[in-house]
Each structure stands twice: as structure tokens, then as C-alpha cells.
Design a protein. Structure first.
Ligand code: ATP
Length: 301
């Protein structure tokens, strides 16, 4: 069980700076969600983390040590794009895993194949996208890894199998594994992750423990009779961190307890007002589009 430290990591592909001076500390035994819009640099960060891409600068350390071959044995990687062999079947992939990893557990692999209803005799070429994802997940979890790096592991899976993957992640972390995952399914990350970082244009724009990021903030949501809402007073209110108007719905992200602002919206004519906790999707959207509300508000007025 080791902390993973990514220290001032940068990676350029020609003129494209895919990862730009990223520093992230992934606590041992945590489930760490790496979020970000398309092209933000998540996959590149994973590749540098695992030595599959050479960093332009910066360092990665596992428990204070650089990544060396003995460590590979304890790391499982589910890449974003399938690296399965089309002509091989599930059983042959598992056999490959068995020969590569001393920690491979035959009984566990069988159990996982059954969990995802995978037929070991079926060739990859005849598998659906979801079956391929599931097989990659089985291969990863069958070696009882200490570190799991999962790049969109639930992509293509149906809701039942997505939930099964989430449960495996949570279970692995409970047993001491460190899990790093990326997913565009923010609700799933929210269920599993205790820490997150948000990347945008290769940079970390937000990082921290999910509970800390959620605390002290609320959303006050009001539904108005028309789209014309007088927002001037609200825009000057220092308690309001963000203001989104979508038609008749006004959402205020606030740093106070919300009671006073709920009252204000009612006085402004809102037909219904509710105060809700921030979820991870709100946090993500606030981070990646902090100015969106300004444009919306200007348009709405
Ligand atoms: P997505 O959510 O779409 O999977 P991502 O956050 O994983 O995106 P990356 O795949 O890391 O993003 O890509 C980051 C940037 O680096 C993008 O601009 C991408 O075009 C570029 N990039 C990634 N791999 C290469 C490569 N092999 N050669 C050139 N550019 C690359």
C-alpha cells in the first residue's frame, strides 16, 4: 500500500502540452477520481504514471520510490482503449495474465468471469464493447493488485455491470488497494472516490477530498414564473459564488447556509425554492466552466 506522488509532471506531444506541471498526491488506500473534459490530459497522466509514456519533465513515485519492474507485478491497468487480442478468447487472455503475474488468482478470475457473465471460450472479435471492457476489468482484478489504474473502466458497460465494477473498486480499496480512476460518469466517481482532481487543458484546476470540496457550500434553486428574473442584486451578493439561469430556473451556488437567500428568491417572486447539497457534478461543472453563468445571465437579461 503506497502513496502515489505525481510531482510537477509535464508531457508534450510536439507542440501540444498534454499535461502541464501537474502535481497530485494520491493517498495510499484511497479511491482517487481524475476528472476532466475530453482532451484534458487524463489518459496521458495515466500513461506517464505507469511509464507507458515518457514524461517531458517531472516525476512519479510510488511510496517514495520510482516505478521499477518489481512494482509492475502489483499494478493493474485498464486502459481507455482495449488492448485485447481479437483472435484470442477470454480464457487465453486470462492464461496470459496467469503467466505474467505471480499474484494471479485462478479462483478469483473464474468468479469474476461469472460475475460479468463472460463466456471464456468466446473470442474477443465476437465480443461486444461492454464484454471487452468487462474482460479487461476481470484481468485487472484477478491479480489482487495493490494499485489499480482504471481509465474509464465502465465505458460500454450496462448499469448492472457498471455497479459491479464500482463495487469491485470499493472492495479493493477497503482491502488496502490504491485506486486511481477516470470516468466521465461523475455520479459513479462520486460513489467510489474519496479524493478527486480536475484537469483542464493539462492543468490541475481543482483537487481535494470530496467531503471537503462539498462542505460549506449549498445550492439554492428557485423556479420563477417567467424567464425574466431581476438578477442585479444577486450579482452583487458576496455569498453567491456562482449563478446559473436556465430558463425559469435559477441556481445559486453559495458559501453560506442558504436560508437567507431562499427567502430572497421567494421575495423576488420564485414559485418554489429549495436548498440542496452540492454534488460532485456541480463541483466539476463549477470548476471547468466558472464563467459560463456570466454569459447565460447576460443573455437571459
Ligand atoms: P478523453 O476524456 O477524451 O479521453 P483525456 O483527458 O484522456 O481525454 P488525453 O488523451 O490525455 O486526454 O489527451 C490530452 C491531449 O494530448 C489532447 O490534446 C490529445 O490530442 C493529445 N494527445 C494525446 N495523445 C497524443 C499522442 N500520442 N500524440 C499527439 N497528441 C496526443
Amino acid at each position: 500500500m503506497s502513496t502515489i506522488s505525481i510531482d510537477r509532471l509535464s508531457k508534450s506531444y510536439g507542440k501540444c502540452l498534454a499535461v502541464d506541471d501537474v502535481t497530485i498526491e494520491i493517498p495510499a488506500g484511497s479511491v482517487f477520481g481524475l476528472l476532466g473534459p475530453n482532451g484534458a490530459g487524463k489518459t496521458t497522466t495515466f500513461k506517464c504514471l505507469l511509464g507507458l509514456a515518457r514524461a517531458t519533465s517531472g516525476e512519479v513515485r510510488f511510496g517514495g520510490q520510482p516505478l521499477t519492474p518489481p512494482l509492475f507485478e502489483s499494478i493493474a491497468y485498464v486502459p481507455e482503449r482495449s488492448v485485447l487480442y481479437e483472435w484470442m478468447n477470454g480464457a487465453e487472455h486470462l492464461e496470459m495474465q496467469r503467466r505474467t503475474f505471480a499474484r494471479y488468482d485462478v479462483a478469483r478470475a473464474k468468479e469474476l468471469m461469472e460475475l460479468f457473465s463472460l463466456d471464456p471460450r468466446k473470442r474477443v472479435r465476437a465480443m461486444s464493447k461492454g464484454m471487452r471492457s468487462a474482460l479487461a476489468v476481470v484481468m485487472a482484478f484477478a491479480i489482487h493488485p495493490e494499485t489499480l489504474v482504471l481509465d474509464e473502466p465502465t465505458s460500454g458497460l450496462d448499469p448492472v455491470n457498471q455497479r459491479a465494477v464500482l463495487n469491485l473498486i470499493i472492495e479493493a480499496a477497503a482491502q488496502g488497494a490504491t485506486v486511481v480512476l477516470s470516468s466521465h460518469q461523475i455520479g459513479q466517481v462520486e460513489r467510489a472516490a474519496d479524493h478527486i482532481a480536475v484537469l483542464q487543458d493539462g492543468k490541475v484546476i481543482l483537487a481535494g477530498a470530496v467531503d471537503d470540496l462539498k462542505s460549506d457550500r449549498k445550492i439554492v434553486e428557485g423556479i420563477f414564473p417567467s424567464e425574466t428574473i431581476a438578477l442585479d442584486g444577486l450579482r452583487r451578493d458576496s455569498r453567491i459564488e456562482r449563478l446559473d439561469q436556465s430558463g425559469r430556473i435559477l441556481r445559486l451556488t453559495i458559501t453560506a447556509d442558504g436560508g437567507g437567500l431562499a427567502e430572497t428568491l421567494s421575495q423576488m417572486g420564485a414559485q418554489s425554492v429549495r436548498i440542496v447539497d452540492l454534488n460532485l457534478e456541480d463541483i466539476f461543472l463549477n470548476a471547468v466552466s466558472p464563467n459560463m453563468q456570466t454569459a447565460d445571465v447576460v443573455e437571459a437579461r
